[in-house]
Design a protein around this ligand. Sequence first.
Ligand code: 8OZ
Length: 367
Amino acid sequence: MPTLFDPVTAGDLQLSNRIVMAPLTRNRSPDAVPPAMAATYYAQRASAGLLITEATAISHQGQGYSDVPGLYGTEQLDSWKRVTEAVHAENGKIVVQLWHVGRVSHTALQPDGGKPVAPSAITAKTKTVLIKNGAAEFVDTSEPRALDAAELPGIVHTYQAAARNAVETAGFDGVEIHGANGYLLDQFLKRGSNQRTDDYGGSLENRARLLLEVTRMVADAVGGGRTGIRLSPVTPANDAHDPNPQPLFEYIMRELAPLNLAYIHIIEGATGGPRLLDDRPFDYPALKTAYRQAGGKGAWMVNNGYDKALAEKAVADGADLVAFGRPYIANPDLVERLRQGAALNTPDEATFYGGGEKGYTDYPVMA
Ligand code: 8OZ
């Protein structure tokens, strides 16, 4: 029976243990360029079996928060290259999370101050973060405009180009498609945000179309074995809701199965919140069964509120990887701390979003 500390293969990625640093937005990338200290931050955490970067915009249109990084400019890619080199020097593995926020944005962040784009012109009841004078300020998202069907191939190609640049230019070991948390791809999946009447709305097959097109194109470009995907079937994050997620996500599993992806990353429950939601039941074992029965061989990654005991139980129950979010903000040596059953540093919420080295690269490792 494997433990959390045993190696595992995820597609083309040979991982030294089953502990993953979850993607964590930190808002420290002015002009969408990761700062030099990002190389230190990620390298400090390189003992994780896999590092997943903070969500990274595939285009200016895909950006929804101040000071989040991008993957579409030369300076951005050069800076990410320094991050991947620093992680590889510590024998770590790192994938970048490909992000398009869709409607979770603000005109102040969009090209030419335009409206954010979405499946339908429905404003998300959620906030975004604008950084003003170094301080994070939460503001309502702007009303979006509905994407024309003719714009969708361009968005698919933008994901593909970002994936290719990530691997070929920036030196990432792979990419994770952000299909979760109420951002563009999740907006298409769920009825609460998708009222389209074309091939991308209505039936569950239609609502899943964009996510699957993106995943196939990304896998074509960098290899399925270097592609992961993150999904959150029932999260209420960013006003995401669907009345019937179980058949939708089981259909997605059956479509993803033949792509030979590196991993499937599932957020269980409300992102960063309760793992069980009375009003949003979901059968996760059935989801995994749907994937395996369709021949899916990718690693099964679980996330949300895990501690050591819950993670050990998940691995004993057949999960291949467990992603830790908040604990990784404060514990660069999380693997060693979990191995020893040592106490964990407490993350400082005041320095989660925006700022400098404080609360970023200055958390201590064990003596
Ligand atoms: C926290 C703050 C801003 C963005 C997500 C990318 O929830 C995020 C995010 C999290 O996936």
